[in-house]
Design a binder for this molecule. Structure first.
Ligand SMILES: [Zn+2]
Ligand SMILES: [Zn+2]
Length: 352
């Protein structure tokens, strides 16, 4: 498909190293496994918390709060938000509002985290580590902002993960804190982030969308079903993202079980016409879908972005030099005028 021309970064999109210290500190703490070793119980807690919290993100933050793909009561709605919050991915309203924005502008210049527009690292995590997107876009999530408990949780989003970390320390000591919180959270972060970065670069495109979203079985496994990202961008409001039996979608299976138990209801699924829309595509459309995303390589999106940035820097440098030259000329003129004004006037007769 066509790769859109890249957008250029602005000042408040620079990585804020100071406010990002906790993010990098959590990564560094993973090295503590070299001291604490790998007790089976700690590793099991790490894996278990990865799965539970990834589920909180996919079933809760994403499918319920961002897309309203199913219905539930107010208590379970809060539980979904709470489990999602323990993933340490900021507040539920912040997350869902930004995600709705991503769908509105996916891979266009306004997209918050498009690898095609801003490069891999930007889409993967740098967009979170700059100042520009720190605030919650309340106007985009009014439907859930009317629940005070969600607004509270959104504001104090660090309370659940800190409580989890403290609990792990008291239950299993420092080693359980390292594995259950630091290692598990770091892997969980990058697992989630792949959907914004790699799912727009690697995989297969079945449906025509305005973005470069792709279906990727490996990313679907590590994210409990989110890797069927081309399906999702084609029709975003479905509770299932794997639409065919071979498209494993663990989050959807769990939602199905919860619906049998009466905890959730009204799971939306795609119509047959939506699912099989690709059958009507022309050979040209199919060929375009089969083409890889031009990301890396000489004419890839990354190369275009680097070229655009270099051109912008050169233009800014030229403008600054031109302004400096103009200022120098003006300065010289002022100095000349001052010298002329302060020169002693010639006198008709020499002093005695
Ligand atoms: Zn996407
Ligand atoms: Zn989505």
């Amino acid at each position: 498909m066509q790769t859109p021309s890249p957008a250029l970064p602005t000042d408040n999109e620079r990585l804020n190293w100071l406010s990002s210290i906790p993010f990098f500190a959590v990564h560094l703490m993973c090295f503590a496994v070299l001291w604490v070793g790998a007790k089976p119980v700690d590793v099991a807690v790490c894996v278990g918390l990865y799965i539970v919290r990834m589920w909180g993100i996919t079933a809760g933050y994403h499918r319920y709060f961002s897309h309203r793909a199913f219905k539930t009561g107010r208590v379970f709605q809060f539980i979904l938000a709470l489990v999602g919050s323990t993933s340490t991915q900021k507040g539920v309203l912040w997350w869902a509002a930004n995600h709705r924005h991503h769908h509105r502008f996916s891979d266009q210049a306004e997209d918050i985290h498009s690898p095609i527009q801003r490069g891999f690292w930007w889409s993967h995590m740098n967009w979170i580590l700059c100042d520009k997107y720190g605030e919650t876009r309340m106007e985009a999530i009014k439907d859930f902002a009317r629940y005070p408990e969600l607004v509270w949780l959104n504001r104090f989003h660090l309370v659940p993960p800190v409580a989890l970390a403290v609990a792990l320390y008291f239950i299993g000591g420092f080693s359980m804190l390292v594995w259950g919180f630091f290692v598990s959270t770091t892997v969980l972060w990058h697992g989630t982030f792949t959907i914004n970065s790699l799912s727009h670069i690697f995989g297969k495109r079945r449906y025509k969308t305005t973005d470069t979203s792709r279906n990727n079985w490996l990313l679907a496994l590590i994210t409990l079903g989110e890797g069927w990202h081309n399906n999702h961008h084609y029709h975003q409001n479905t509770a299932n993202q794997g639409w065919f039996w071979w498209e494993v979608d663990l989050s959807y299976y769990s939602l199905k079980v919860l619906s049998w138990m009466g905890v959730v209801e009204g799971l939306r699924t795609p119509s047959e016409a939506t699912k099989y829309a690709f059958r009507k595509y022309t050979p040209e459309e199919r060929a375009e879908l089969a083409a890889p995303t031009r990301f890396w390589g000489a004419d890839g999106a990354r190369a275009q972005l680097v070229a655009a940035k270099t051109a912008a820097k050169t233009a800014a440098g030229d403008a600054a030099r031109a302004a400096g030259d103009a200022a120098k000329v003006a300065g010289d003129k002022v100095r000349e005028a001052l010298a002329a004004a302060t020169e002693p006037l010639p006198t008709s007769s020499p002093a005695p």
